[in-house]
Every structure is written in C-alpha cells, then in structure tokens.
Design a protein around this ligand. Structure first.
Ligand SMILES: Cc1ncc(COP(=O)(O)O)c(C=O)c1O
Length: 392
C-alpha cells in the first residue's frame, strides 16, 4: 500500500522516497499545489489567534468567507452553512429541501455520487455503497424507490426527467445533479440539460440542487461549474454544494442557498461542532485570494484544451476520449466496460503519475490549477507509457 509522506507544489513523495506528479491532489483538494506559502501562513496565523469556537458563536473568518462566497457563486441572496466535508454539505441540502418543500421524493441521476453518509448514500447511484445499509433505509423491494424515496434518472436525459416529474411532480422536493459527474467517470452536463432541469423544477415547485463538491470552486475556470455551462446571465440553482477545492487541502465544505430557503433551517434544526472552524475558513479565504491574485482561474480553464492539443500531436491509440472542463479531465481508455484504466493504474504510478480511475474506464486528472503545459505533457506521456507497459 502506497504511503504518502511529503508533498510540495505539484509533487507528492512516498515513504520510500519516490516522487510523483500528483493528479489526485487529495481528490481535487490541493488546487494551489501542495503547501502554498500564503495558504500555510493564513492557516498558521489563524490557529495561533483562534483555533476553535464551535457554532455557538460566529467568527470573523466565517463572516468574511460567507461574504466572499455570496459574491462569487450564482445563488441569489446567498447564505452559507459551513461543514467539514462534502457529504455533510450534501446532508444539509437534503434536509433543507425536505423541510422547505414538505415533500418526500428526491430525484438524482444514474452514476451520481453525492457522498457516503446515510442520506448522501441514498442519493448516490452506485449500489455497492448502499447495499450493506439498505436494511435500515427502507429500500422498496420493487426497486421503484431505491432508498429513502430517491428516484434515479439517466444523466443528461431531459425526457426521462420530464417523465418522472409528470408522474411524481407534487411529491418531488428536489432534483440534485452534478454539473460534471466526477466519480461516475468525468461527464459534463450540457447547457440544454441544466436549463431544462431548472425549468422542470420551476414548473413543478421543486428545488434544484447542484453538487459542485468536485467540479466547483474554480476547477472549470469559473468559480462555479454551473456558470461555466449555463452562462453568467442564465438561470440559477436553489442549492449549491462545495467542498474539496474550497479549503485548498484543508477540510471544509459548504451548502449555499437563498436566504428565503435558509429560513427553514433555523437554530437547532441542523448543526456541526467543527463546521466553519476558523482555521478552515481562513484556509478557504486564502485559497480564494491565491486563485485570484495568481490568475489561476485562467490556468485551470486552459488545462483541457492544452491536453487535447497535446493528445492530437502525440496520439495514443488506446485513448478513446479526452473530455471534461478546465482542470477536471477524463482520459477514457477503450470501451466503458473494459476496465482498462483501472488495469493500468500500477503502471501509471511506475511511470510517475498518481491518478484515479473512476468507473474503471477513465483516468481522471484533477491537477492543481497551477499545472501548465509541461505537467500536462508529463501526465499524457505517463498514460501512454502505462498503456504500452500493461498487457491487454
Ligand atoms: C460530487 C461529490 N459529491 C460529494 C462528495 C463527498 O465528499 P466528501 O468525500 O468530502 O464527503 C464527493 C466526493 O468525492 C463528490 O465528488
């Protein structure tokens, strides 16, 4: 088992001294690169000043972060609930949708991933995460309501979503969707799909929640992946989740919603001891500052087109697709059911690249936003080498 020992900028070193290009980056967390000086200083300064306050009191970093998010994310009259992880942010949004609408059904997508706590697992598609727990989740033997009244529809299929709304509309509290499915294999949604989903939710009085835990916070070249796809002047979601990149590698997540909806989560309805910890908020504020002062939205945005250009110049016969948006890149190898990406993972590490392979068919690159053409070429060549060295 690989033991991570140290990291610096774009590299991670294992306990035996081998150094890798890190395209896992804490699964999309270390977006500034590892150990950015400004980020480390901001956290250490805050730790010495006030490390812990609980959610009994507000703190300066919490208030500044809430204001910074409201300025940057496409949520009107934005309020933030701070959590420690993505799954907790999801849970907050799920409770909010159920309370605010008084309804009992939530619609999510096939291949969706929304987290691993019990509520979030119910929203998540992959049965392997859910099956050990369904006995306490009320799974319907008919399979109609897979768990906790969650209905799944094919991602990107507006007609299927329309069909579910036609059948269950008055019961549907919310539709939750990832603008780019990450764990499902790096699949961006189209503008027509997201705008159509917004219209359906409006027509049926349901809320629209977008899970940007993996794809948000600058990864697509805008603060919000929704905005990259739908546009700045387009419609907006009711709930938006963040985590991962938000802390630059320090644990923090957030559930953003309109003030009018946040009213449904009054004092005592939800909470967390550590959520909104001052050091975590300072980490998120420093992440925002570095992304803006170093122009990292632009460099994140450039990653996919750069890799596509490199792929054209040095083709690799096994690659069937290079897709994604900005710094969220999927390199698909072979057919979806062939498991080829999973098979080359050991050879990838041997070639000096750390990357995960969601779905088993796609090598996912979640490089820090600071990564440029040199690192993308290095990653591309490592994939080609690993393909060549792994027998089919
Ligand atoms: C889209 C999405 N939602 C939710 C989560 C859960 O986040 P966490 O692992 O921080 O609980 C993840 C994690 O990979 C994710 O990619």
């Amino acid at each position: 088992m690989f033991e991570a020992d140290r990291s610096s900028a774009l590299r991670l070193r294992d306990s035996e001294g081998r150094v890798y290009l890190d395209a896992v980056a804490g699964i999309g967390c270390a977006v500034l690169g590892h150990g950015h000086r400004r980020w480390v200083d901001a956290i250490s300064t805050q730790l010495s000043k006030l490390a812990s306050a609980s959610n009994t009191f507000t703190t300066g970093p919490q208030q500044r972060l809430a204001a910074a998010l409201a300025e940057r994310f496409p949520v009107d009259d934005c309020r933030s609930f701070f959590a420690n992880t993505g799954t907790e942010a999801t849970e907050a949004g799920l409770k909010l949708a159920l309370r605010a609408t008084g309804r009992d059904v939530v619609v999510t997508c096939e291949r969706a991933f929304h987290g691993r706590t019990i509520g979030s697992i119910a929203l998540t598609a992959n049965p392997k995460y859910r099956e050990p727990y369904v006995r306490c989740m009320g799974e319907d033997a008919s399979g109609r309501f897979a768990t906790m009244n969650v209905v799944r529809v094919a991602f990107g299929d507006l007609a299927a979503l329309e069909g579910v709304f036609a059948e269950l509309g008055p019961r549907i509290a919310a539709f939750f969707v990832e603008p780019i499915q990450g764990e499902g294999g790096v699949w961006p949604a189209s503008k027509a799909y997201l705008v159509g989903a917004r219209e359906l939710c409006d027509r049926h009085g349901a809320l629209l929640g977008v899970d940007e835990i993996q794809c948000g916070f600058g990864r697509t070249g805008d603060w919000s992946a929704w905005e990259t796809i739908v546009g700045r002047d387009g419609p907006r979601p009711d709930i938006l989740w963040l985590a991962k990149a938000m802390g630059g590698g320090f644990p923090i997540g957030a559930c953003l919603t309109r003030a009018e909806l946040a009213e449904h989560m009054g004092p005592g309805t939800h909470g967390t001891t550590f959520g909104g910890n001052p050091a975590a908020c300072a980490a998120a504020l420093a992440t925002i500052e570095v992304i803006e002062t170093e122009g990292l939205l632009g460099s994140a945005r450039a990653q996919l087109p750069t890799l596509q250009r490199l792929a054209e110049a040095e083709p690799c016969a096994e690659v069937t697709d290079v897709r994604g948006l900005g710094a969220m890149i999927g390199v698909q190898l072979g057919e979806l059911d062939a498991g080829r990406a999973a098979a080359i993972t050991p050879a990838l590490a041997a070639a000096g690249l750390l990357a995960t392979t969601p779905g088993g068919h796609t090598v996912r690159l979640l490089l820090p936003y600071v990564a440029g053409e040199a690192e993308l070429l290095e990653a591309w060549r490592a994939i080609a080498t690993a393909c060549a060295q792994t027998p089919r």
